[in-house]
Write a protein that binds this ligand. Structure first.
Ligand SMILES: C[S@@+](CC[C@H](N)C(=O)[O-])C[C@H]1O[C@@H](n2cnc3c(N)ncnc32)[C@H](O)[C@@H]1O
Length: 544
């Protein structure tokens, strides 16, 4: 004899959560849901995304006392459920969070109609007095499974790959698991937004899985190996050799570089995987990325590769000490502050100045971003080899320049600006920008100076500049800026940690620079974007 099945009962709190999820699903269209979740996307990017995905449903996890009769219970509560299928992914996620207590407990899915959309109701059966009651209470409080879901019906790999790239690289969404659901023949990818909200991307069929968390972490963990591989490529001048003779194999390259053929072949394979070389039939070519390691080309990153694999690599290795103490680790490692250590070693100092000039791509637009028509005299404070001043003098023949630098750096600057044909319009002053800066300039430059120093030293440098400037004279500050909201990807974020280790300085938000400028007697003005995530902040020396 078949006994009648006792219908599942849904706690009132869960029914309320389903109704609220339904209200959310019905209220927003795709564009509004995307705008709410991914505010970093531009209108154009969001519109592009909305052409390929639709806001499909919201989701909620509920805890009936049984799965039997779940649909009847939902209908009794006035909801319209669809068929029930097993959930693979949510079941696995629960098991990862709670372990043995949920082992072998089935999770069901049904979709409840909500206007044009639906609520995906996940159901974990929790009988009265079961230890699973604690799981239910925790899940209701944290809403780990609540999310919005967007679906695309585009077949194949191209659209899904583009969607994933746009969501992650432009929308700031971070992958958060997922997998293939064979019952529905969909791949479900979960993401977390910057504001910690979850959403789901549903793709038809079986798509490439997201890297599992351990593999993703291992890739990050071994990033230092990539730094060293690139530095070794620079040291061996592999890009120069392959540019001169494209298609060389490992053996002739080993002859040219005086290296062990087998070890070199292994390095070449790694560099190929890193995207700096391409390989066909055992012969190698430099890619566009690897090209940037050629020497003697404009903006060659060769000197930077040597520094980042050398002294800067060593200073970064002390990061834990820097974080514990707030002190730079270059001094700990080398016994001298970065600038003193380099000043005492001419070859290293020359490499540093070549490296700064290598990233001068950042400052190339400056001569054309600012009106120099009324200026006569430009003072470059800590001007390095004169990469910025040289460009200004070349672009504006009416300007004369003054370059202030530490004595050890001046000769290289003089040679550079003379070679650029502007040496005659430039004077070179040895000095210390914390003590005095040449007077009489119409425009002062602080290019990539302030990020080397803490706030107190920045205020000293700015005050020294202010003391030398007449009211109305202009100051141009070039720096990378930390992005907002916090967590937005930008090279400045990693450079900030590098500045902590290497010099005890920091990258800053725009508002931080504005505050420092104001405190030092300047009126901050426009802020414009430059290449390589640089920015130009203009300021005017205030009256009094
Ligand atoms: C990061 S580099 C920037 C160079 C250049 N402005 C540029 O953007 O390429 C910092 C410069 O500050 C100079 N510097 C460091 N301490 C200094 C001081 N006390 N007085 C003058 N220059 C200094 C260094 O020699 C170095 O050239």
């Amino acid at each position: 004899m078949n006994l009648p099945v006792a219908p599942a009962r849904l706690p009132a709190a869960d029914l309320d959560r389903v109704r609220r999820a339904a209200a959310r699903a019905a209220a927003q269209d795709t564009d509004a849901a995307l705008a709410d979740l991914l505010p970093d996307l531009t209108d154009a990017e969001r519109a592009d995304l909305a052409r390929h995905v639709v806001f499909d449903h919201t989701a909620v996890l509920v805890f009936p006392d049984s799965l039997d009769g779940l649909c009847e219970e939902l209908r009794r509560c006035g909801l319209r459920p669809g068929p029930v299928t097993p959930s693979v992914i949510v079941r696995e996620r629960l098991e990862r969070r709670y372990g043995a207590v949920v082992h072998d407990v089935p999770v069901a899915i049904t979709h409840v109609t909500a206007g044009e959309r639906s609520v995906e109701v996940f159901a974990l059966p929790v009988p009265p007095d079961s230890p699973l009651q604690a799981v239910a209470a925790d899940e209701r409080a944290a809403e780990h499974e609540a999310h919005h879901a967007f679906a695309t019906t585009a077949p194949g790999q191209v659209v899904p790959a583009g969607l994933r790239a746009l969501l992650q690289e432009r929308g700031g969404a971070v992958p958060d698991g997922g997998g293939y659901n064979g019952h529905e023949n969909v791949t479900v990818l979960y993401y977390r937004t910057r504001a910690h909200r979850r959403f789901e991307l549903r793709l038809p069929g079986r798509q490439d899985p997201l890297p599992d968390p351990a593999s993703a972490l291992l890739t990050t963990l071994t990033g230092a190996w990539a730094t060293q591989a690139v530095a070794t490529m620079a040291e061996l001048r592999l890009a120069d050799h392959l540019a001169a003779k494209p298609g060389l194999g490992a053996d002739p390259l080993a002859d040219l570089t005086g290296t062990d053929p087998d070890a070199l072949r292994r390095l070449l394979r790694y560099l190929t995987v890193l995207g700096l070389l391409s390989c066909a039939d055992g012969t190698y070519h430099v890619t566009a990325v690897g090209e940037r390691l050629r020497t003697g080309t404009e903006f060659s990153l060769h000197p930077l590769a040597l520094l980042y694999g050398g002294p800067f690599y060593d200073s970064f290795a002390g990061l834990t000490h820097a974080v514990r103490t707030g002190q730079d680790t270059f001094t700990l490692r080398y016994g001298q502050h970065h600038f003193d250590h380099f000043a005492d070693r001419p070859a290293l100092d020359a490499l540093f100045h070549r490296a700064m000039a290598a990233s001068a791509e950042m400052i190339t637009p400056v001569p054309h971003l600012v009106d120099f028509s009324t200026a006569r005299r430009v003072v470059d404070v800590g001007g390095g080899k004169g990469a910025l001043l040289g460009r200004l003098l070349s672009a504006h023949p009416h300007l004369e320049g003054v370059l202030l630098e530490r004595p050890t750096a001046l000769e290289a600057a003089r040679a550079e600006l003379t070679a650029a044909g502007v040496g005659a319009r430039c004077s070179f002053v040895a000095g210390d920008f914390t003590a005095a800066v040449p007077e009489g300039g119409d425009v002062y430059l602080l290019s990539r100076i302030l990020h080397d120093w803490d706030d107190d030293r920045c205020l000293t440098i700015l005050a020294t500049c202010a003391a030398a400037m007449r009211p109305g004279a202009r100051l141009l500050v070039v720096e990378r800026l930390l992005p907002l909201p916090e967590g937005t990807p930008s090279p400045a974020v990693a450079w900030d940690v590098h500045m902590l280790c290497n010099v005890g300085g920091r990258e800053r938000h725009e508002s931080h620079y504005r505050d420092l400028l104001t405190r030092a007697g300047f009126t901050p003005g426009a802020c414009r974007a430059l290449p390589l995530s640089g920015f130009l902040i203009e300021a005017v020396r205030a009256e009094g």
